[in-house]
Design a protein around this ligand. Structure first.
Ligand code: HEM
Length: 511
């Protein structure tokens, strides 16, 4: 009996502790948002959430309104889905809503990289230096050279220039954007090692092609990797791919390249100076590759597809391309000098800008998440207040809250190339919900501390690609009546969406 009581008490304590951890005792307290724990202890709604995030959040919003707390795999996450109140989330102090800790945890699990606490600051500083202002001009120039190498290397050759080339639009766009972006950031093969300029260019084409093939394999495993639900076979494939990228992007290999971007170079230097292990820096190089190359290709695919499906939009963009080219004094000519599309030229394309913004509205769907470090009061625009608990998480999914809200964007599922254009061709920024101006009317880049630091470069990359494609080539869908593919709903929350299947198109030189 003397021993039995402590054993029983111990068992009871662990049972209660276990149930507590499973969230069984959590109740909604006065002042808190509606709480929906789901039926499965600890897991809560995670299976439904992962199956189709958009559908799940719509269901929750219909049930509970625009603020609710749900249980997802051991976390309590409060979703804020009222766009007029987004400022409360975006502008909350970092002491209360933190991005760094959450990101650090994810990046370690998915890329094997162990970040240090202070890294957000250097990422922002170096991105401001190299991906904005003068740095952006340098990057845009580098991108131009690499796009020329990948898209136009056969223009001067004897190949039959008038033949149509047929291929999948998604894979084509992703392939070119990935490879040109990768070469612009991580550098080119040096002609002095390869023997000549042409051989170095060929090496760039071949090496980037091989890397893209491997990247696509990782990309396809990514959603399940992020949710930690890969099968053992997939897990070992993901590990193999990670090791391949750590090796391919390693500091040793990078140091012998020409034209490494200041962004990648400085990111590496900062870590080296701090004494970070070289193998860890190599892992970081893969984090950067993932962040920089996973979104532009899919987004450029949708843009070209929407243009091909909307003849009026295509006509307007093509006219703009031809006008800007003419004004620059350049001409697309067989065997002539290649068009040099500069940063300045890209500032004169309001129609293409609007078409791109519209594309991102329809197809970029990030999930913005923060860790709640202190109890806080969420103040809504209409005066409601909610208490949010320390230890929980907060999130927003702007795609459903803003991008496809018919009040903010009428006929929200249609592509309207001039949706973001005023009649005087300036950028339209006035959008309303219930008669009130909406500040965050399109959020493909996220917002606040975690807002994409590569957005200006990304915009230029996609515009350069589309501009060159339309300036040099005739393009059309193989079957113009084929329906636009659906979005692959397993990727909701992961930035630019991908289609659930590819769609064939063809192109040939215009001149
Ligand atoms: C269409 C293209 C792109 C889209 C839609 C996009 C979108 C985003 C979004 C939504 C985030 C924030 C994620 C969050 O809050 O959790 C993000 C972060 C990031 N993006 Fe982009 N991005 C694009 C292209 C690029 C490019 C080209 C670069 C670099 C050259 C880049 C570099 C980064 C980095 C480094 C982060 C992490 C920021 C941090 O941890 O604070 N992105 N991006």
């Amino acid at each position: 009996m003397g021993l039995l009581l402590p054993i029983l008490l111990g068992f009871l304590a662990s049972l209660i502790g276990g149930l507590y951890l499973l969230g069984v005792f959590r109740q909604r307290q006065p002042g808190e948002p509606p709480l929906d724990k789901g039926l499965i202890p600890w897991l809560g709604h995670v299976l439904e959430f992962r199956r189709n995030t958009l559908k799940f959040l719509d269901r929750m919003k219909q049930k509970h309104g625009d603020v609710f707390t749900v249980q997802l795999g051991g976390f309590y996450i409060t979703f804020l889905q009222d766009p007029l109140s987004f400022g409360a989330f975006i502008k909350e102090s970092r002491e209360k809503l933190d991005f760094g800790k959450f990101a650090k945890h994810l990046v370690h699990r998915v890329f094997g990289y162990l970040a240090e606490e202070s890294e957000l600051h250097s990422l922002q500083m170096l991105s401001n230096k190299h991906l904005k202002g003068d740095g952006l001009k340098v990057m845009t120039q580098a991108m131009m050279g690499n796009l020329q190498n990948l898209m136009l290397h056969s223009t001067g050759s004897d190949e039959d220039q008038s033949a149509w080339i047929e291929t999948g639009l998604f894979m084509y766009s992703y392939n070119i954007l990935f490879r040109a972006g990768y070469l612009s950031l991580y550098g080119n093969a040096p002609p002095k090692f390869e023997g000549s300029e042409d051989k170095a260019k060929k090496k760039d084409r071949d090496e980037s092609e091989a890397l893209f093939k491997e990247f696509r394999k990782y990309d396809q495993l990514f959603p399940n990797l992020a949710y930690g639900v890969l099968s053992p076979r997939e897990r070992s494939e993901a590990q193999r791919l990670m090791e391949l990228f750590w090796n391919s992007l390693s500091v040793q290999k990078m140091k012998i390249k020409d034209n490494i971007s200041g962004w990648v170079w400085d990111m590496q230097q900062v870590r080296e100076e701090k004494g970070m292990d070289e193998s860890m820096i190599n892992k970081f190089m893969f984090v950067l590759l993932w962040a920089s190359q996973g979104n532009t290709g899919p987004a450029a695919f949708w843009l070209l597809l929407f243009l091909m499906k909307n003849p009026e939009a295509m006509r307007a963009v093509k006219e703009e391309v031809d006008r800007v080219l003419k004004e620059s004094g350049q001409k697309v000519q067989r065997g002539g000098p290649l068009v040099d599309l500069t940063h300045e030229m890209l500032l004169k394309t309001p129609i293409l800008d609007s078409a791109l913004e519209e594309t991102l509205r329809l197809t970029a769907a990030p999930l913005l998440t923060r860790a709640v470090l202190q109890d806080l009061t969420l103040k809504m625009a209409d005066g409601r207040e909610y208490i949010i608990r320390k230890g929980d998480r907060m999130a927003m999914f702007p795609y459903s809250a803003v991008h496809i809200d018919p009040d903010i964007h009428p006929d929200p599922h249609s592509f309207k190339y001039d949706r973001f254009l005023n009649p005087d061709m300036s950028k339209k920024t006035d959008f309303y919900k219930e008669g009130k101006k909406v500040k965050y009317y399109n959020m493909p880049w996220g917002a606040g501390v975690s807002m994409c630091p590569g957005r200006f470069f990304a915009t230029n990359e996609m515009k350069q690609f589309v501009f060159l494609k339309l300036a040099y080539f005739e393009i059309e869908l193989k079957n113009p009546d084929e329906k636009i593919p659906e979005i692959d709903f397993r990727r909701w929350g992961f930035g630019s969406m991908q289609p659930d299947r590819d769609i064939d198109f063809r192109y040939r030189f215009r001149f």
